[in-house]
Design a protein around this ligand. Structure first.
Ligand SMILES: Nc1nc2c(c(=O)[nH]1)N=C([C@H](O)[C@H](O)COP(=O)(O)OP(=O)(O)OP(=O)(O)O)CN2
Length: 182
């Protein structure tokens, strides 16, 4: 008779679990422009942004890191708010964004863009880079998961990371790890 396979890890190694969601449902199409190299402002353009999330935590009583369904649904709620919208940064040092009930105006030097209010999402960011969009989505997702799930679920997360892909493999990644997570 063959011996059962030994499935214990080596004593000097630490086991960790994580989940990853990268789904078509979390692709959102949005317009933006960023500045770079000090004062160069891109022309307005759009991306089909793809969002991926990874969460690391010990397994719970279900042998889950965290329920896929909760992460999927809360992330969908966030990406839907960004889909088919103009993304504008409200903390950019050089792009001034002003809004009333009907319209949003963005100004950079002598350039001016005016959009219907309902077409825009105003984001508290200094630039709408993939990196900062990943951070915005990550913090919003963590807050939504904390409101939905028992406190110990979000409290036991040891690493939380969000990737925002703006062009087929060109992505900004944000993560919160270990001591900073709690
Ligand atoms: N680290 C980062 N670098 C750049 C970012 C960013 O968010 N983080 N963003 C940009 C621009 O948004 C730029 O639009 C992306 O460049 P590009 O790949 O050229 O985008 P296009 O959609 O125009 O793709 P094409 O393949 O050129 O059609 C730059 N850098």
């Amino acid at each position: 008779m063959t011996e059962p396979i030994k499935i214990e890890p080596a004593a000097n190694l630490t086991e960790r679990y994580r989940i990853r969601l990268e789904k078509e449902a979390h692709v959102f199409a949005a317009a933006h422009f960023i500045t770079f190299a000090g004062n160069i402002c891109e022309p307005l353009h759009g991306h089909n942004y793809g969002v991926a999330v990874e969460i690391e935590a010990p397994l719970d009583e279900n042998q889950y890191v965290i329920d896929f369904i909760a992460v999927r649904d809360e992330l969908t709620a966030i990406t839907q708010t960004l889909d088919h919208r103009m993304l504008l940064p409200t903390s950019h040092p050089l792009i001034q964004v002003t809004a009333d009930e009907r319209e949003v105006t963005a100004r950079f030097g002598d350039k001016r863009w005016v959009f219907p209010r309902t077409d825009c999402v105003l984001l508290p960011l200094t630039n709408t880079t993939s990196e900062l969009l990943a951070r915005y989505i990550g913090l919003a997702l963590r807050e939504r998961l904390a409101a939905r799930l028992p406190a110990q679920v979000v409290g036991s997360i040891t690493r939380f990371s969000v990737e925002v892909d703006e062009n087929h493999g060109q992505r900004g990644i944000w993560s919160l790890a270990a001591d900073a997570v709690h």
